[in-house]
Write a protein that binds this ligand. Structure first.
Ligand code: PLP
Length: 411
């Protein structure tokens, strides 16, 4: 059996994604913006459509047939996620709107439940804004302090600095697994081990991890893990917060409303058990069902093959990009996945993005919601190419050809 994907597999898998078959500006679409949103296979779209066509109904409420079908499909996704992350129980799987929503949930809940004046939260200098701003808001509310692990010139965290930041006031470490703008994969085992030695829980932002890498939350031993459906071939508007049961039981609910209660009187409300305590109101039923189908789809292909192929693609792209005059990588971490960021001397990333678009190539340009990373590397923006298992070396060759055109144009 092959340990990576072969051309023949990729051609077959690409047929699962109708959107990839189209032309943009008369050229075949080359989609290299997967870190922003990956594409959705037809089976996921079909599952969502089937829900609306055949059993659209609210969950956990009705005794009627449609509601039972919807509840079963919704809860089946919870089991799929439990298996996907290797969580200990379905009670540890909370459905959210996405990574941002999961972090806001925790920041609010931990803030009210655990944080006192003078406490500290540690993040890193490569975080997405969604793992900075919720903590800033919470710290301001609670009189707590945000501490930031610096990164080196290659875009890797400085471990000794992390060690120096951990102290008896630290209440949480919240850190990205894989950086969306640098492509760095962080040494999470070491980070989590060290934090736990000091009794500090760790939240992992897994938004850019789950599309590329097999995650085992028990093996990682993280206390919380968040990800978004739309970056792992699922729909937008849905994501997951995993939390160790002991922590989730300790924390107060985030939002109040239907489904998160056992009993309500005007004097007092008794909250529901996990995971419903953290799922107030009617959830995004259709997209939760779609997420389950997407996760089954990737698991069927297999993370060993996905990771091996994407790694091959990424290093092929890094090698070929070095041909481009004046190109400089932003982020040179040795352990990396998913995304490559670069700048080209005297050409603004937005101009690069616009010219590539005319060639049918979709890349991301801008600060990638990591403005502190741009400040650290003293660039206003970068161009980012990010990969999925359905990308090919021919597509990377097309990117390189188009970049040569950019250089000619600005010469
Ligand atoms: N964290 C990282 C590392 C990301 O790359 C992103 C999105 O790009 C997010 C968090 C936020 O994800 P979402 O917008 O799906 O909530």
């Amino acid at each position: 059996m092959n340990s990576t994907l072969q051309q023949i597999d990729i051609e077959k898998f690409r047929k699962d994604f109708p959107i990839l078959q189209q032309k943009v500006h008369g050229k075949p679409l080359v989609y290299l913006d997967n870190a922003a949103t990956s594409q959705t296979p037809k089976i996921v779209i079909d599952a969502i459509q089937e829900y609306y066509l055949k059993y659209n109904s609210n969950v956990h409420r009705g005794v009627h047939r449609l509601s039972q079908l919807a509840s079963e499909a919704y809860e089946e996704t919870r089991e799929i996620v439990q298996d996907f992350l290797n969580a200990n129980s379905v009670q540890e799987v909370i459905f959210t709107k996405g990574t941002t929503d999961g972090i806001n949930l925790l920041a609010s809940s931990i803030g009210r439940g655990l944080i006192r004046e003078g406490d500290e939260i540690i993040i890193s200098a490569m975080e997405h804004h969604s793992n900075i701003v919720p903590w800033q808001i919470m710290c301001e509310d609670r009189g707590a302090k945000l501490r930031v692990i610096p990164i080196n010139d290659d875009g890797e965290i400085i471990f000794e600095a992390f060690e120096g930041l951990l102290n008896e006031r630290t209440k949480l470490v919240s850190i990205v697994h894989t950086s969306n703008s640098l492509g760095t994969v962080n040494p999470l085992r070491e980070i989590i081990d060290l934090a736990h030695k000091k009794g500090v829980p760790v939240l992992v932002d897994g938004a850019q991890a789950v599309p590329h890498t097999k995650i085992d939350v028990q093996d990682l031993d993280c206390d919380f893990f968040v990800f978004s459906g739309h970056k792992v071939y699922g729909p937008t508007g849905v994501g997951v917060l995993y939390g160790k049961k002991a922590w989730l039981e300790k924390l107060p609910p985030y939002q109040g409303g239907g489904d998160m209660i056992l009993n309500v009187t005007f004097e007092k409300t008794k909250f529901n058990e996990l995971p419903y305590k953290f799922e107030a109101g009617t959830p995004n039923i259709a997209d939760v069902i779609g997420l389950g189908v997407a996760l089954n789809y990737v698991q069927k292909i297999g993370y060993d093959k996905i990771s091996a192929w994407e790694n091959e693609l990424m290093w092929y792209a890094r090698n070929r990009l070095q041909e481009i005059d004046g190109l400089r990588f932003i982020g040179n971490a040795k352990h990396r996945a998913g995304a490559i960021s670069f700048v080209i001397e005297n050409v603004h990333p937005h101009d690069i993005g616009t010219i590539l678009d005319r060639e049918g190539i979709a890349v991301r340009t801008g600060h990638h919601c990591t403005q502190p990373v741009m400040q650290r590397f003293k660039v206003p923006a970068t161009t980012r190419a990010s990969f999925a298992f359905y990308n090919t070396k021919e597509e990377i060759d097309q990117l390189i050809n188009a970049l040569h055109k950019v250089i000619e144009f600005f010469a």
